[in-house]
Design a protein around this ligand. Sequence first.
Ligand SMILES: C[S@@+](CC[C@H](N)C(=O)[O-])C[C@H]1O[C@@H](n2cnc3c(N)ncnc32)[C@H](O)[C@@H]1O
Length: 219
Amino acid sequence: MKKTLAEHADRFSEAAAAYDDDHSEEYEACASLVIDRAAPNRTDTVLDLGTGTGAIALQLAADAERVVGRDISEGMMEQAREKAADAGLDNVSFEYGEFRDPEYDGPAHVVTSNFALHHLSDAEKHEAIETIAALDGGGTPSRSDDVGPRRVVLGDVMFFDEPDPEEPFFDPEVDDPATVGTLVDSFTSVGYAVTQLDRVHDQVGVITAERVVSGGRET
Ligand SMILES: C[S@@+](CC[C@H](N)C(=O)[O-])C[C@H]1O[C@@H](n2cnc3c(N)ncnc32)[C@H](O)[C@@H]1O
């Protein structure tokens, strides 16, 4: 991470009030794909990491039983809570949690994250993906390693090609995006298969990863 957690949190809290006002086309396309690919069931709990002002969490609340948002920025989550209250949503909550320690020990059938993981170094991203895979997936495990969320959907800044330094999708001072290959390897190494890869832009994509279960994949 190129800044401390506290520095990232302060930076986002300062920008929180205006965060929703100005997004790129690519951000909008990425967020929309994350929502589509997450496709939770009515009985699912969704954990949204780096939830920010709730762009993903609030949309998924209509389809899932419960949505749990986690972020390090209180200012961003304050916006998310206000939006939830305005929309009359009572099945979504927002509390402090970090990618590598989400401070959540309930079931997470589906995990989502949009435009947030790129703040971590590649080694930290791998730790975050290991942490996600070790969460309680809410099922009845048939083997001791059948435990994690059934689906993880990661939309983010990620490099499909050699990054063009002139592109606006990341700020080298604060962001540290990975290559798509590095992210796919991390998911594979913790027992997930990448079942869909959406390329929004050379530097923006959505990875959908499903937990591999011996004898077949859970649906
Ligand atoms: C660009 S915003 C994206 C917010 C939201 N997911 C969206 O799609 O609009 C990035 C968010 O990641 C959060 N964040 C940064 N580092 C984090 C970390 N290590 N753990 C959890 N959240 C983090 C920031 O506080 C911020 O709210």
